[in-house]
Design a protein around this ligand. Structure first.
Ligand SMILES: Cc1cc2nc3c(=O)[nH]c(=O)nc-3n(C[C@H](O)[C@H](O)[C@H](O)COP(=O)(O)OP(=O)(O)OC[C@H]3O[C@@H](n4cnc5c(N)ncnc54)[C@H](O)[C@@H]3O)c2cc1C
Ligand code: SF4
Ligand code: SF4
Ligand code: SF4
Length: 393
């Protein structure tokens, strides 16, 4: 029977919850806002299926990348609404045109994030764009299994640990399944996101939200913005918009204060998610392939299986083959887990009910006296160096 003793050893994929034949495992939210399985011992028959499908207990192996690319979807509308180069939509559109089903993450009515499926192009739009918080997988592995058994093509997209969870849940290879994950920095707490939304709505008198984008490209892909579109009671359209480096929720996310514990020692890095194709932002492309960069979004693509190669070869997209290390250079999250500052994280969650989210995050990201001194010393060293350079050159 599954028992979580160390939270860093559970990524919340829900494979155990969905596989238990007695339905005696349920997800419970902890004080940080993440879901963990809890089994009802009185109903358990000790079949240990929950342990057999757990991607972390089964210790996945790394894959060797077969091909790597820089890629861009030539459809400008698709690229505008995608976080990177719109490669997810290119793959998903092909699967839908073959009568397949696509699984991905979308906003729910309360702007939390859930996994869901679609069989239409209209439905696909909701999966576009990164949502920087953990999605609830629900019973989507069971739904995917049903479609696979019916012989339908299935594309399942998600974090590497969600893809690993799906493969372990299925426990057999399906030729009609294609999986796509992404380079993953980690997933923030859904409760912190809800607190952010509540406070922002109040502070900016936001009424009915109609859309949220974590990666709005109106100022370009590299300087992306966080936006909330909303309408007031007179049905007038409004927008709340900030550069991501100004937005307090994004600052806390990128400073790694409220990620899921498993993300600080990611069990599926490097390339252990068993997905066919891994996509990500091609950070640094302007130095590597300047002609390829128009600041509207470029993807990196890492293909890990023959199935992935076969699908990718048929896409109508712009590509240039690159080396794996070239992608890794600009995207260390591909192999390295995020650094855990235990003290900052614990202080943040301890203060969550006492401080506003803004004050709480600002307190944690403020540089310490030690850091300030180091920064000052570095600045002085740079100035001295420049002084001597200008004097003696
Ligand atoms: C939490 C998170 C962390 C990420 N970290 C990195 C990183 O460190 N480096 C990097 O290069 N790229 C990262 N990405 C991926 C990147 O932001 C793009 O999503 C990716 O490059 C695909 O872009 P696209 O233009 O092809 O398609 P898009 O349309 O942008 O991709 C959307 C895809 O992301 C999935 N998705 C969106 N939100 C979630 C979610 N919360 N949970 C699960 N699946 C989701 C959708 O189902 C769909 O498959 C991250 C994404 C997320 C959600
Ligand atoms: S051992 Fe079997 S019955 Fe018990 S919780 Fe795990 S899957 Fe369910
Ligand atoms: S990692 Fe997934 S399968 Fe393993 S215990 Fe956590 S939710 Fe269950
Ligand atoms: S960093 Fe690892 S554990 Fe965290 S969401 Fe991403 S794949 Fe899962």
């Amino acid at each position: 029977m599954i028992q979580i003793r160390d939270k860093s050893k559970c990524c919340g994929c829900a494979a155990c919850v969905q596989r238990c034949p007695k339905q005696c495992i349920s997800f419970k939210k902890d004080s940080e806002g993440f879901l963990y399985p809890e089994a009802d011992a009185s109903l358990c028959i000790e079949c240990r299926l929950c342990e057999k499908v757990c991607p972390i207990l089964q210790e996945p192996h790394s894959h060797i990348p077969k091909q790597c690319y820089a890629a861009i979807n030539p459809n400008e509308d698709v690229r505008k609404n995608s976080s990177s180069g719109g490669i997810f939509t290119a793959i998903a559109t092909t699967v839908l045109s073959e009568g397949g089903v696509v699984f991905g993450a979308r906003f729910d009515t309360d702007w939390s994030v859930i996994h869901d499926h679609t069989e239409t192009l209209e439905g696909l739009a909701a999966f576009q764009g990164s949502k920087y918080l953990q999605s609830r997988v629900g019973n989507t592995y069971q739904q995917a299994e049903k479609f696979l058994k019916e012989g339908r093509k299935v594309l399942f997209s998600g974090t590497p640990c969600q893809i690993s969870g799906l493969h372990h849940f299925l426990r057999k290879e399906y030729s009609n399944l294609l999986t796509v994950d992404f380079i993953c920095h980690g997933v923030p707490s859904p409760s912190v996101w809800q607190q952010y939304l509540l406070e922002t709505k109040k502070q900016h008198s936001i009424e009915q939200i109609t859309n949220i984008s974590f990666r709005n490209k109106s100022n370009g892909w590299k300087k992306y913005r966080f936006t909330i579109e909303w309408i007031n009671h007179k049905k007038e359209k409004n927008i709340f918009s900030e550069f991501s480096y100004q937005n307090i929720y994004m600052k806390g996310f990128l400073k790694d204060i409220y990620l899921r514990p498993s993300c600080y020692s990611c069990p599926v890095k490097p390339l252990k998610g068993c997905s066919d194709i891994t996509i990500g932002d091609f950070w640094g492309i302007e130095k590597i392939l300047p002609d390829f960069d128009d600041d509207k979004g470029s993807s990196c693509v890492i293909i890990q299986t023959i199935k992935g190669i076969n699908y990718f070869d048929h896409l109508k997209i712009k590509t240039v083959e690159v080396k794996y290390n070239t992608i890794l250079q600009g995207n260390p999250s591909l192999e390295k887990s995020t650094f855990l500052n235990k003290r900052k994280k614990e202080t943040f969650f301890r203060s969550i009910s006492k401080l506003s989210l803004k004050d709480n995050i600002e307190k944690q990201i403020r540089p310490s006296l030690y850091q300030k001194t180091i920064n000052k010393l570095r600045k002085t060293k740079r100035r001295i160096k420049m002084f001597f350079k200008s004097k003696f050159q």
